[in-house]
Design a protein around this ligand. Structure first.
Ligand code: PEP
Length: 270
């Protein structure tokens, strides 16, 4: 299978293989990485057909992490990329550079980038194209603010973000959507399971509206205050194909517990 093509494990609607991705944000120095990865690898018994696991550290740690996990099935990712492959963009990191450093995944359109850097759906869509050009698996983030939820606009906001942020090139490729309500990120608050189900269904409908059948295969991750206590229930919700995990991915024990919640019971117990 060529890089970037849809993996066979992503069956439409029934995604039995969950995808768990840690987003370290701007956290982690080399010493933290060594400890966390050693703890993780010591206790992780990961078979790729049972769970797909990724970690997206700061760009400075991608190369080291990729070396540290090379004998495991853990995939390494970036947290953003520029649209351009190279050029006079001081501080920028291209998708090709992420691949060169050892990344296979990239988070795009995270709400922190949408809010702090004014990233629009159109820019996110262009970044998706750049990620695919380089052979990366994009994880495209969408999600409503608290004001939008309180105004009853959550589903329509997510639909608009999906329609605007996806890219025609995604059809047949390996990618994921992440539904991350802005108000749930880093707050300890989560939507109810019914609310998660409702928005994931709306996101799926928008993905199919945008890409046709090609929008039916990619997993939809839930993100926002996932922790060892709520992961199992959230991951059991219809159309939840995995989790994007911020704070809890920084502690090996918590991240492991979430991975276990995503694995079949027989594996998780082992
Ligand atoms: C995130 O920022 O992608 C995230 C899900 O963060 P947290 O798990 O800390 O809410």
């Amino acid at each position: 299978m060529a890089a970037g093509e849809t993996a066979p494990r992503q069956g439409r609607m029934k995604q039995s293989v969950k995808m768990i991705v840690g987003n370290w944000k701007m956290n982690g120095l080399g010493a933290d990485l060594a400890t966390t990865v050693a703890d993780l690898l010591h206790d992780l018994h990961l078979e790729p057909q049972q769970c797909r696991v990724g970690i997206c550290p700061p760009a400075t740690l991608i190369d080291r992490l990729a070396r540290d996990v090379r004998t495991s099935h853990i995939e390494v990712g970036g947290q953003d990329c520029r649209v351009e492959a190279k050029g006079a963009f001081t501080g920028g990191v291209s998708a090709e550079m992420l691949v060169d450093a050892g990344a296979r995944l990239v988070i795009l359109g995270h709400s922190e980038r949408r809010q702090e850097f004014g990233e629009s759906d159109a820019l996110v869509s262009d970044k998706v194209g750049a990620a695919l050009r380089a052979g990366l698996t994009p994880i495209i983030c969408v999600g409503e603010t608290l004001a939008q939820r309180e105004a009853g606009e959550a589903a329509s906001v997510v639909r608009g973000q999906v329609l605007g942020s996806l890219n025609d090139d995604l059809a047949g490729k390996d990618w994921a959507l992440a539904y991350e309500p802005v108000w749930a990120i880093g707050t300890g608050l989560t939507p109810t399971l019914e609310q998660i189900s409702e928005i994931h269904a709306a996101a799926r409908a928008a993905m199919i509206e945008r890409l046709g059948d090609g929008g039916g295969a990619a997993p939809i991750l839930y993100g926002g205050s996932v922790n060892p206590g709520n992961a199992r229930d959230i991951l059991a919700v219809d159309e939840v194909g995995g989790a994007l995990v911020g704070g809890a991915s920084l502690k090996a024990a918590d991240f492991l517990a979430i991975i276990r919640a995503a694995q079949p019971a027989s594996v998780a117990a082992g």
